[in-house]
Design a protein around this ligand. Structure first.
Ligand code: NAG
Ligand code: NAG
Ligand code: NAG
Ligand code: NAG
Length: 508
């Protein structure tokens, strides 16, 4: 249905600015009322079909595979707050580490999600969602303009596709971008193989626009792009710094405003691009809602999470023009997963609380904040879906590995894993007033068991044996998979602009 709305396949709702919808309904007005009834009937029929499709898909969803993933709820037996990363890196401050797990929150099926709240006028468009996994193929946008066909020949679901070998990749030299921190600098840490850097994401029904860093910078001119989330988002943040850097003729014209070097210990970075008057920022927020502490009867202070309050960093979010959020991996371990004396609403501390329900409430708190504080006419909001982990033979904390993987998974049930938390995300996005573009990356990351740092998340000391005990099979080497997420942001910016252009060019 979403497709119907925006006209292009699965592009997130936001891609299509409200104007487009308007425009669609205008043209509908020209149609005789008879055909309008036909449209309406067709629409409901479609809605029914799509619902059936999704329902059956859900039921059939495979649950288990050798790779541990979201669908397997871990039985963590870690000590509290020994966050996975922390264990990986003894130097790390547990509070700063992120993720590792197998959760996912995924994207919202765009068409489904955006449709309901809006009205019929918008949905009629959906002439051809041909059951193809949710891509609304070739809908409104391309009807309005040919422009779209040139660059993105066929509107399609960006998130359903495969990885293809492409020797023009990676987008920047391994071990040459100064913004990749040690944890993701696999080549710098001694990873010997390079094949994993040479894949390009290819949607089924189209090609993404060829990546052009200079053009991306042009599109960001005068704007502030901000990534807000956990270390997976820091991973994506470093990637975007590196790919944009390639577009600069004078690379010294890009710098961190306060001279900070990127480390996991710091929660905020602001990079300026002088020649484009734009910035790219990272704000650490593991849960998007507010972390706190309480002192228990014994005088110890323990962490809490207020699922009804937005994170303290939210004041900063308002300054951005383009926002990219994520949260997910932190919800599966330690205190957060157990939910004992941890979740709060108002002043009430729940003795026990279900983490899934907590996740849902937190996402709603976030959605409400966005709806109240973001003007969709001026700003663009992305939510990046759950990124898959690939632990084999155990979990991140029990000897799971991904070492030695040099090729993606090319087939099998694992590819179809879609994390239960993503359904929550989809549900929350569906009910929001502000259209949020879901970067539905879960599936594309399912393929990439070869893309994780594994044992190459730390510099190997000469002569020292590398420990293979703790492996990072959650984050991604750079260059690598997060570069593709940023290409998706770039593609979405192009689509969005096309939608606007087509609206403008329409006679009134
Ligand atoms: C996201 O991708 C999954 C497949 O991995 C799909 O089942 C889901 O419907 C997609 N969501 C949206 C909003 O397109
Ligand atoms: C369509 O939107 C109008 C106002 O926005 C609302 O009053 C009406 O109930 C909606 N109709 C449907 C079918 O959602
Ligand atoms: C759209 O493309 C068709 C065929 O390629 C062409 O005949 C038509 O003039 C184009 N329309 C516009 C508005 O460019
Ligand atoms: C990349 O974009 C810039 C700025 O829009 C443009 O001048 C340049 O020709 C593009 N490069 C390619 C290879 O398309």
């Amino acid at each position: 249905m979403k497709a119907s709305q925006n006209g292009h396949c699965n592009t997130p709702p936001s891609l299509v600015p409200p104007e487009t919808v308007l425009m669609l309904s205008k043209s509908d007005g020209l149609v005789a009322s008879k055909s309008r009834h036909t449209f309406t009937a067709l629409f409901f029929l479609l809605l029914l079909l799509v619902s059936i499709f999704f329902f059956s898909k859900r039921v059939l969803e495979p649950s288990v595979s050798i790779y541990r993933d979201a669908s397997i709820q871990p039985t963590l037996s870690l000590e509290e707050y020994a966050v996975p990363v922390a264990t990986l890196d003894p130097l790390a401050d547990p509070q700063l580490n992120e993720d590792f797990s197998r959760q996912s929150i995924a994207p919202i099926p765009e068409f489904l999600s955006r449709t309901e709240p809006k009205n019929e006028s918008a949905s009629v468009k959906d002439g051809n969602s041909n059951g193809e996994s949710g891509s609304g193929v070739d809908a409104g946008l391309s009807i309005e303009t040919n422009l779209s066909r040139k660059k993105v020949p066929k509107m399609c679901d960006f998130y359903r596709g495969t990885w293809v070998k492409d020797n023009e990749y990676p987008l920047y030299e391994p071990n040459a971008c100064p913004y990749v921190d040690e944890a993701y600098n696999c080549q710098g840490n001694g990873r010997p193989d390079l094949e994993y850097t040479k894949w390009r994401w290819k949607p089924e029904g189209c090609d993404l626009p060829r990546f052009n860093a200079t053009d991306f910078l042009e599109r960001l001119r005068g704007r502030r792009l901000m990534l807000v989330g956990d270390s997976m988002n820091r991973n994506q943040f470093e990637s975007i710094l590196c790919i944009l850097r390639e577009g600069l003729s004078d690379k010294s014209r890009m710098y961190e405003a306060h001279g900070h070097k990127i480390t996991k210990g710091r929660g905020y970075f602001l990079f300026k691009f002088k020649d484009y008057d734009c910035s790219v920022e990272f704000v650490r927020s593991h849960f998007l809602v507010r972390e706190g502490t309480r002192v228990n009867a014994k005088g110890n202070s323990n962490p809490t999470l207020s699922i009804d309050k937005i994170d303290k960093t939210a004041g900063r979010w308002k300054r951005a023009d383009i926002l990219v959020f994520n949260t997910g991996h932190w919800w599966t371990h330690g205190k957060t997963a157990r939910g004992k004396n941890y979740y709060k609403e108002g002043d009430f501390l729940y003795p026990r609380f279900d983490p899934i329900e907590a996740y849902k409430r937190a996402m709603k708190t976030w959605g409400k904040w966005i709806d109240q504080n973001i003007n969709p006419a001026k700003k663009l909001v992305f939510y990046r879906g759950y990124s898959s982990a690939h632990f084999r033979g155990g979990d991140w904390d029990s000897g799971g590995t991904c070492n030695g993987e040099t090729q993606p998974i090319l087939s099998g049930a694992f590819l179809d894993n879609y994390p239960p938390k993503m359904k929550i995300v989809e549900e929350v996005l569906r009910d929001m007033r502000v259209p949020v573009i879901l970067l539905n990356v879960s599936r594309m990351t399912n393929f990439r068991k070869d893309g994780h740092p594994s044992i190459y998340g730390k510099i190997r000391m000469a002569g020292k044996k590398v420990s293979t005990r703790r492996q990072d099979c959650s984050h991604w080497c750079l260059p690598g998979v997060p570069d593709a997420w940023n290409e998706l942001i770039y593609s979405n910016l192009i689509l969005q602009q096309m939608a606007k252009a087509s609206h403008r060019s329409k006679p009134h």
